[in-house]
Design a protein around this ligand. Structure first.
Ligand code: GRF
Length: 200
């Protein structure tokens, strides 16, 4: 049975595009089905792109709402979809314990650094400013902490040839785009076992 997923975005959605391509005709084709692309910002550019893919989209604006009130609204809205997984792809909001409890071990995120080294936003800036020769992309389950959930996989990115922040981002994103699907393939196919996963 294909896993029913929602992809959550807040912005341009380049990871979403990579996922949608792999779901359409790549390594995720037989493993999952996108029930919807969800955004918390109406101006998220990825929403339009998702529509072009023919994927259902939805937006509930989070602006001005208390974290838990907003999350309660989203959880209520998602009920009818009976989702197996929520895939965060540039969703720029910390999820409240209420949301995590409703989807425990079902929320997956991509973080553009090794989550044991750097948490939160600004990971590429951190790698650039600290002149890192390498960084790691982490795909992980989401728990109540910020980038503290069980690791599904890490992928090294060589930054040695990168002279600017833009080049660091470009190299990192290119790796994100292939690695996220690969990590999700392991989860959806059952190859990755949650019990065997380790914390950051
Ligand atoms: C990516 O770097 C992702 O790892 C991080 O936010 C960025 C989102 O980019 N969580 P995009 O919207 O997928 O292009």
């Amino acid at each position: 049975m294909k896993k029913k997923i929602a992809i959550f975005i807040s912005g341009r959605g380049s990871n979403m595009v990579a996922l949608l391509n792999n779901i359409k005709e790549g390594i995720l084709k037989d493993l999952c089905r996108v029930e919807l692309v969800f955004a918390n910002k109406p101006e998220a550019a990825g929403l339009k792109i998702a529509e072009e893919f023919g994927v259902p989209t939805a937006c509930i604006e989070s602006k001005g709402k208390k974290r838990e009130d907003f999350d309660r609204e989203v959880v209520e809205f998602l009920k009818e979809y009976n989702l197996d997984y929520i895939v965060l792809a540039g969703y720029m909001r910390i999820l409240s314990p209420l949301f995590i409890a409703a989807y425990r071990n079902k929320i997956i995120n991509i973080h553009p650094a090794d989550t044991s080294e750097f948490q939160g936003i600004g990971a590429y800036e951190w790698a650039f400013e600290n002149k890192k020769a390498f960084t790691k992309i982490t795909v992980h389950f989401v728990d109540e902490g910020v980038d503290t959930g069980k690791v599904i996989g890490k992928q090294i990115v060589d930054l040695q040839g990168c002279k600017t922040l833009e080049e660091v981002e470009k190299a990192g994103l290119a790796m994100e785009h292939s690695f996220y699907s690969e990590a999700l393939r392991k989860v959806f196919s059952g190859e990755y076992k949650l019990e065997e996963g380790s914390k950051p």
